[in-house]
Design a binder for this molecule. Structure first.
Ligand SMILES: Cc1cc2nc3c(=O)[nH]c(=O)nc-3n(C[C@H](O)[C@H](O)[C@H](O)COP(=O)(O)OP(=O)(O)OC[C@H]3O[C@@H](n4cnc5c(N)ncnc54)[C@H](O)[C@@H]3O)c2cc1C
Length: 329
């Protein structure tokens, strides 16, 4: 790629640490040549952060300032990027895979007839053409896509990209540029951003995490998961996204790309299919046990122990066995 744009996420003018993961994707797209990368730090007062990005990573950086960018605003961001960047030649614009960025990417792709590719897990090259791999059908299949256009706008999942091994030095990095395009904020404007008041309730410190997925079927079946966790010392309860989206558990319990990253001694996935977005958050667990009715569930690909069973039959059996053993002592 001739030019690789890297658009960092910011909230209240600060850059969440995990946002820098997308730099690794940009490095792959740029052939580890940092002189081809241009980082963009959007915000309402972000020059300081753009400077530290440039200092830390040795890449050219633009502070893209607009009063409407204090909170994430995907429509406005697309319009501003459109204003300051060129889309000629082979270019790739890299974003982290978030709901807001998927919105920005689709707008830019339509405006510039670029290839929009979202939720990329890995990149390979064939005869110089980048091939993007992503998981579909809840992780059961891997799809490889090639861009049809020379301009690519893509969102990347964190976790699967190597540390850059730069082939160019950072000696002549240009100074950070601050640009302030004068655009009127568009139809949709974010009003507020509320941080969750939930605590993680020991998720990251737990030795064992028993995690509930959509396979538990109903809110009341969480009691089964609680009882299961109750017989395991130093355990905590985690969840996949549908469980927290249903408000059955607080967001602080969500494991995955938009939740917690955990690495307990044992992770027990109960009725979780193994979608990439979940797996990213728990794949570093020392031992993974999966309970699922579907023998082809993707979670079994990474499980150390796989139990093909219905939770509503298996967990009561475990509890009964535990209870009998405890009484026998
Ligand atoms: C931008 C983005 C970010 C995301 N971030 C996250 C994230 O951080 N964390 C996350 O978890 N997800 C995340 N997701 C959602 C993710 O893609 C999946 O949709 C989600 O992980 C699926 O959750 P699940 O495995 O519980 O449900 P499903 O995929 O519906 O799987 C349910 C599983 O339960 C099994 N099952 C059904 N009944 C039973 C039973 N009685 N006993 C045993 N097994 C049973 C089924 O066979 C199935 O495999 C994100 C998605 C996007 C687009």
């Amino acid at each position: 790629m001739d030019r690789v744009y890297l658009v960092l996420d910011t909230v209240n003018n600060s850059i969440p640490r995990q946002s820098f993961d997308v730099l690794k994707c940009a490095a792959v797209m740029a052939g580890n040549d940092r002189s081809r990368i241009l980082a963009i730090v959007p915000g309402s007062d972000c020059t300081k952060h753009a400077q530290s990005c440039s200092d830390e990573f040795g890449i050219a950086t633009i502070a893209l300032e607009h009063h409407g960018l204090r909170l994430p605003n995907p429509d406005l961001l697309a319009a501003l990027l459109d204003e300051i960047l060129t889309f000629e030649g082979e270019i790739c614009m890299c974003f982290s895979n978030t709901v807001n960025n998927a919105h920005t990417v689709s707008r830019l792709a339509i405006q510039h007839n670029a290839s929009s590719i979202t939720a990329v897990d890995s990149i390979s090259f064939k005869d110089g053409t980048p091939l993007f791999t992503r998981s579909i059908f809840n992780g059961k299949c891997r799809q490889v896509v090639a861009p049809a256009s020379t301009a690519v706008v893509a969102t990347f999942n964190p976790g699967g990209f190597p540390e850059p091994t730069w082939v160019t030095t950072s000696e002549s990095i240009p100074a950070v540029r601050t640009v302030r395009p004068n655009i009127t904020p568009n139809a949709v404007q974010p009003v507020s951003l509320e941080e969750s008041s939930d605590t993680d309730e020991g998720l990251e410190e737990a030795d064992v995490i028993v995690s509930a997925g959509r396979g538990i079927g109903a809110r009341e079946n969480l009691e089964l998961i609680r009882s299961f966790a109750g017989i395991i010392r130093d355990s905590a309860i985690g969840a996949s996204r549908p469980i927290v989206d249903n408000r059955w558990l607080p967001y602080s319990r969500q494991v995955g790309v938009t939740g917690r990253r955990v690495a307990p001694r044992v992770y027990i996935a109960c009725g979780i299919s193994g979608a990439h977005q979940h797996v990213v958050g728990m794949k570093d667990s020392q031992c993974i046990i999966a309970i699922n009715t579907d023998p082809h569930a993707a979670i079994f690909d990474i499980a150390d122990y796989g139990i093909v069973a219905d939770l509503s039959a298996f967990v009561p059996l475990v509890l009964k066995t535990h209870s009998e053993k405890s009484k026998g002592r």
